[in-house]
Structures are given as C-alpha cells and as structure tokens.
Design a binder for this molecule. Structure first.
Ligand SMILES: N[C@@H](CCC(=O)N[C@@H](CS)C(=O)NCC(=O)O)C(=O)O
Length: 227
C-alpha cells in the first residue's frame, strides 16, 4: 500500500505552502496513515498527476487518484473508519462554519499580507505564472492587491474570535484536535511557510493553540521548512 500526496513547492522544494495540501497532510497524520509527498511547482503542469486538472492536492491512494481537498477528506473518512476527522454531524457543521469564516475573514486579510513574500520565495520559473494567474483572478496588480493598509489589524481582530473556544478548550475540537483545527491551521501553515517575518500579532490563546498544533504528530508541522 503506497500513498503519494502531490504537494506544491516554492523555490526551495522543501518549502510547501499550499493550505489545501496542509489540510490533507493533517488529515493523513490524524488518521495515522503513512504517506510520502511529491513536490510540484506552480507552472509545470506536466509534472502534475492530472495536468488537465492542474491543481494540488492530489492523493494517489494505493493506485486510486483522488483530487480536491474536500473530496480527499471524504475519501479518507469513508475508506479508513478509525479516527474520524469529524465524528458527528455537529463536528462537520462546525468545520463548515470555520471554512466559511476563513473565506470571509481570514483569507481576505492574510492574502494581501503574504502574496508578495510568497512570490519572492517561488521558483523563478513560477513567478510570471503566479503573477499572471493571480492578477487575472483578483482583477488588479499584485502590488494593488497587497496594498491593504489595515490588513494586519483586520487579521488580528478576526483571529481574536478564536479566543472564545480556545480560552476554554485546548483545541477547536475540544480536548483533541479535529477537522475544525486542521481547517483553521491550514492557512496559518501557508503563512508560516511563505515567510518568517512577523506580519501581525497573534492573540495569546490563539498563539498557544498554534504551538499545540505545531507539536502534534511528533512536531510534523513545526519541522516544516519556512521560506
Ligand atoms: N478546491 C481545491 C483547490 C486547490 C487549489 O487551488 N490548489 C492550489 C494550491 S493551494 C493550486 O494547485 N494551485 C496551482 C496553480 O495556481 O496553478 C482543493 O480544495 O483542493
């Protein structure tokens, strides 16, 4: 049985920023499933397991190709019943809430803060591709996109909402990490991988939780290389 996760890399192949790939890595680790990762750059789609799809994460699970992080998570929970990522409908509903909150409150503030450091750390052959695709997506230059003077404050106040659950519990999942923790930690691994710069101040209970998340699974996330 082999499991290979195709994972996005920056100029240094050991630096893996993709939040969706992080979500799948956390899911595999949570379930105790062994896997290897294979680095791909942004632009060279011929190296992707499905060049027409052109995205990662893609998991090859014992010869079966599974694409798209929510589909991969569902596949893992269906195939490997032990240690469910979300054990109840209530946990799945909470994870859906955190995902929507990331989209509305975290990514719009975090994206502008890390886009320029991220492109600077990307392989030289990927930089034009990243600029072209992201500028088309945002409808503005990356410099305009990055110019959000209050992005750090916005991020800090969005993260402060996590102090409510994390003031009372070690994890968003309660006593142990579950899908909610992995969903929220994934963009923070994007940020952590892209740059070591202090971009904003993390509220205390959130910083303490982040340290616990970095320590899980023998410190897998803490050991991940940063640009
Ligand atoms: N809905 C997909 C999104 C995957 C996605 O957008 N992946 C990005 C990396 S975070 C990617 O492959 N980018 C390659 C590109 O920009 O061409 C998922 O959740 O897996």
């Amino acid at each position: 049985m082999t499991r290979t996760l195709y994972d996005l890399a920056l100029a240094d192949e050991a630096v893996r920023p993709s939040p969706y790939c992080w979500l799948v890595k956390f899911a595999l680790l949570h379930k105790g499933l062994k896997f290897e990762t294979r680095a791909v750059g942004f632009a060279d789609k011929a190296k992707y397991p499905d060049p027409a799809y052109g995205k990662v994460p893609v998991l090859i699970d014992d010869g079966v190709m599974v694409k798209d992080s929510p589909v991969i998570l569902e596949h893992l929970d269906r195939k490997y019943r032990e240690r469910p990522l979300a054990a109840t409908a209530g946990e799945r509903a909470s994870a859906a809430f955190y995902g929507a909150w990331l989209a509305s409150a975290i990514y719009p503030a975090l994206g502008p803060l890390i886009m320029l450091p991220l492109i600077a750390a990307a392989a030289s052959e990927d930089r034009d591709y990243i600029r072209r695709t992201r500028e088309a997506r945002f409808g503005k230059t990356l410099e305009e996109y990055a110019n959000v003077p209050d992005a750090a404050q916005r991020l800090e106040s969005a993260l402060a909402a996590l102090a409510a659950p994390l003031g009372a519990y070690d994890f968003l999942g309660g006593r142990e990490a579950n899908l909610c923790d992995y969903v929220v930690m994934s963009p923070l691994m994007w940020r952590r991988s892209a740059t070591s710069a202090e971009l904003y101040e993390t509220p205390k209970p959130v910083a303490a939780w982040q340290e616990r998340m970095l320590d899980l699974f023998g410190g897998y996330a803490r050991a991940a290389k940063r640009a």
